[in-house]
Ligand binder design. Structure first.
Ligand code: PMP
Length: 395
């Protein structure tokens, strides 16, 4: 059946294609890991957030299956209706334990948490202060809260302090990624916490890319810097280093009580399925009992950082498995990703609006399962591809 009212979509898609901004799905082989199958070829996988290699770990997958067999394929309803299963409570206790917090509350994804939590903490009479490179879900959450949304320069606690000082808002909420998802660097948490303290602001930290990766027990950046007691809202995800799916907020018990009553992205959605919770519980146990995985990942991070720095890429601030290989134009980033793929490396080009215009890049992500030799081979292939790029893909 014709839908002429949708004809504008053809024009919009053509415009996006012409601008190099059209996105496409690409099915990958049946599991995550250091290698992945794409269109029938095995490639070194450099674009997953499965930093500890747990998404394809047999023990984690088995725990998912066992949880589904014990508690059901689906949770059947919202937690507040008839969906509050035993495994949800068990997982929240384990997550509160990881963060040494009074309590934790599960959300269905990091996107749900960031989209829904700010609106509980602030409203029209209030203000949200957000790092300019914060994840899109934080920006959406800020907008949904209807508070005055102010952005400060990336990592600039001084600018933040000035904004806080001038604000006459009733409540002030500062939100930052712990590790920035497209740059791999860390927020200056101590300085942000100082600014918050001086100006009576709440501090909300998104540990999505830091949980399992940073801190002596893998609890994230706040743990690594000894600042847990100064963070009011610690949000983490289960779908990255923990290899499962879902997210949570850890903090005071009264915060949990208010969130479970008021956060629309908690109240109005079906609870996480038991399989995701079972996988996350087993992954947390592995994070606790196998610190060697984290140590191995950090050795690989040091190896990659040295290799990219030797080639002139500015990665000195990277503290995580995420390396921005900034190439400039969309065309250059796309051509480099294509050349690397021909040579056996799966890396995606990241373009606006995910990153600022003119900073299109490869986002190279490591997992504990990589071998140093694979990283060396990648660096060699990058040299070849960049040397061979036509002028039309320059700059
Ligand atoms: N926060 C950050 C910093 C992220 O990078 C992401 C996802 N890439 C999210 C939140 C969203 O988490 P989820 O994938 O669980 O929705």
């Amino acid at each position: 059946m014709a839908h002429p009212t949708l004809d504008w979509i053809d024009r919009e898609l053509a415009r996006l294609s012409d601008a190099g901004l059209r996105r496409a799905l690409e099915p990958i082989g049946p599991r995550q890991g250091a290698e992945v199958e794409v269109r029938g070829r095995r490639l070194v996988n450099l674009c997953s957030n499965d930093y500890l290699g747990l998404a394809g770990d047999e023990r984690v997958m088995k725990a998912a299956a066992e949880a589904a067999l014990a508690e059901g394929a689906g949770s059947g309803a919202s937690r507040l209706v008839a969906g509050d299963l035993p495994i949800h409570g068990r997982l929240e206790i384990a997550l509160a334990g990881l963060h040494r917090a009074e309590a934790a509350l599960l959300f269905n994804s990091g996107y749900h948490a960031n989209a829904g939590v700010p609106a509980v903490l602030v409203g029209r009479e209030d203000a949200v202060f957000s790092d300019e490179l914060n994840h899109a879900s934080i920006i959406d959450g800020g907008l949904l809260s209807r508070a005055d949304l102010q952005r400060y320069r990336h990592g600039d606690a001084e600018e933040l302090s000035g904004l806080l000082a001038r604000s006459t808002a009733r409540r002030k909420l500062v939100i930052t990624d712990a590790v920035f998802s497209m740059d791999g660097d860390a927020a200056p948490l101590a300085d942000l916490a100082d600014a918050c303290q001086r100006h009576g602001a709440m501090l909300y930290v998104d540990e999505a890319h830091a949980v399992g990766v940073l801190g002596p027990t893998g609890a994230g950046l706040a743990e690594q810097l000894g600042l847990k007691h100064r963070v009011d809202v610690e949000m983490g995800t289960l779908g990255k280093a923990l290899g499962a799916f879902g997210a949570y907020v850890a903090g005071q018990a009264r915060l949990r009580e208010l969130l479970l009553t008021r956060a629309r992205t908690f109240v109005f959605t079906t609870a996480l399925p038991p399989a995701a919770c079972g996988a996350a519980l087993r992954a947390l146990e592995i994070v606790r009992t196998e610190p060697a995985r984290r140590e191995r990942l950090h050795a690989l991070i040091a190896h990659m950082r040295a290799g990219l720095q030797a080639r002139g890429f500015d990665v000195s601030r990277v503290v995580s498995p995420i390396f921005p290989v900034v190439l400039g134009s969309e065309a250059r980033a796309l051509a480099t990703a294509a050349g690397l793929r021909e040579r056996g490396f799966y890396v995606r080009a990241i373009r606006p609006p995910t990153v600022p215009r003119g900073t299109s890049r490869l986002r190279v992500a490591l997992t504990a399962g990589h071998q140093p030799a694979q990283l060396d081979a990648f660096l060699g292939a990058l040299d070849e591809v960049l040397a061979g790029l036509p002028l039309s893909a320059a700059g």
